[in-house]
Design a protein around this ligand. Structure first.
Ligand SMILES: Nc1nc2c(c(=O)[nH]1)N[C@H]1C(S)=C(S)[C@@H](COP(=O)(O)O)O[C@H]1N2
Ligand SMILES: [Mo]
Length: 201
């Protein structure tokens, strides 16, 4: 006799339910960035948590590799309207980073900063509680440089411009400060399900 639910597998959700408004599904992984892909030597790579101008904690690549690892698989949504399903990432959760630094987040907001001087703002509440990580692997391999390797922020529930590539640190800020795209007309928060693409959406 076949028992319903015996395999413990849920039926896959239909594509329409997984696509936020205005998005389409792609199988590709488009590359979107301002400038050329920076080449980052792992011997010189470091990752820093800071509060304004004050550094709080810094890790070398070797130290970062020793931190607890987290895996996440799910859908990502770019403001240019593509969505990609079931992407698989591995890295260090922001919860584990803060614990390893021995600190609680000093403010409610931060700017993620890239080696290419890109910045983007994210509320701390959107990164803790298992909602964000500094990813170093994609689909079981080191993240390719074009997609932000050696390390990129991953905040999958917000539009993908919030997932800063070539991330070099997180800077806690007293107020919610606009980053590169947010200063140029993009939304301060960027929730794909509320279609927050531009400043006044
Ligand atoms: N450091 C950095 N991160 C960045 C960008 C950038 O120009 N520099 N572009 C952002 C934008 S606009 C998008 S849509 C995504 C694209 O990520 P992908 O190239 O891996 O698809 O990266 C975001 N992260
Ligand atoms: Mo983008």
């Amino acid at each position: 006799m076949a028992t319903r639910g015996f395999t413990g597998r849920r039926p896959p959700r239909p594509v329409e339910e997984r696509l936020p408004p205005g998005q389409y599904l792609t199988e590709d992984f488009p590359v979107l960035q301002l400038g050329p892909t920076p080449r980052i030597d792992l011997a010189r790579w470091s990752f820093t948590l800071s509060h304004g101008a004050k550094p709080l904690k810094r890790w070398t690549w070797a130290e970062f590799e020793g931190l607890p690892r987290t895996r996440w698989q799910g859908d990502i949504h770019c403001v240019t309207k593509w969505s990609k399903f079931d992407t698989a990432w591995e890295g260090v959760s922001i919860d584990d980073l803060l614990a390893a630094a021995g600190i609680a987040a000093p403010t409610a907001f931060l700017l993620a900063e890239g080696y290419d001087d890109y910045t983007t703002n994210v509320p701390v509440a959107d990164l803790v509680g298992g909602r964000g990580m500094v990813a170093t692997a994609y689909a079981g391999a080191p993240i390719p440089p074009d997609h932000g390797g050696p390390a990129r922020l991953l905040v999958p529930h917000l539009y993908f411009w919030k997932s800063a590539k070539w991330v070099k640190g997180l800077r806690f800020t007293a107020k919610d400060e606009a980053g590169f795209w947010e200063l140029r007309g993009y939304h301060m928060y960027g929730d794909p399900w509320r279609e927050q693409r531009f400043t006044d959406d």
